[in-house]
Design a protein around this ligand. Structure first.
Ligand SMILES: Nc1nc2c([nH]c(=O)n2[C@@H]2O[C@H](COP(=O)(O)OP(=O)(O)OP(=O)(O)O)[C@@H](O)[C@H]2O)c(=O)[nH]1
Length: 133
């Protein structure tokens, strides 16, 4: 199952993370916002849709840059997922959590310390490994 996620940067060295609502799978953990790609959607169309639903931000598609991906071990799950992470620099945008979670802006060091689902841990490592300290 393809899932898309967003590494949204505020232009000042902080990235947006979303805390999943308690009642959901991985509830209470911090993830890069996003969601499942539906049938007949491209990954970027899915990301624009998910971010508008989840954060009330309309992403200009040409600001999305493919950054990294992470996948589960197929044996452990009935429906293994792969998450495609896109980077986007959008200074001045004002995301609001629309589906019962929380959002916050964090430095790479702060994101490293957040409790995250396994694939978001991998994505954060890939994203920040490419950046100078
Ligand atoms: N971000 C993230 N999602 C993961 C990981 N492992 C895993 O199974 N998932 C699952 O991948 C799916 C991501 O899609 P989603 O964010 O649209 O899911 P959701 O539960 O909010 O929406 P839904 O109500 O449509 O199922 C979720 O079912 C989530 O639990 C992981 O490591 N990181």
């Amino acid at each position: 199952m393809p899932v898309v996620a967003l590494a949204l940067e505020d232009g000042e060295g902080r990235w947006l993370m979303h805390k999943r609502p308690k009642h959901k799978h991985h509830g209470g953990l911090w993830e890069f916002p996003g969601g499942k790609v539906e049938l007949n959607e491209t990954p970027t169309n899915a990301l624009v849709r998910e971010i508008e639903e989840e954060l009330a931000v309309v992403l200009p598609p040409d600001t999305l840059v493919p950054e990294a991906f992470a996948q589960q071990e197929p044996a452990k799950h009935e429906c293994p997922i792969v998450i495609l992470l896109y980077n986007c620099r959008l200074p001045g945008c004002d995301p609001r959590s629309m589906e019962g979670g929380e959002v916050g802006w964090f430095t790479p060091k702060e994101i490293d310390a957040l409790d995250k689902p396994p694939l978001d841990q991998d994505l954060a490592r890939s994203l920040f490994a490419k950046m100078p300290d």
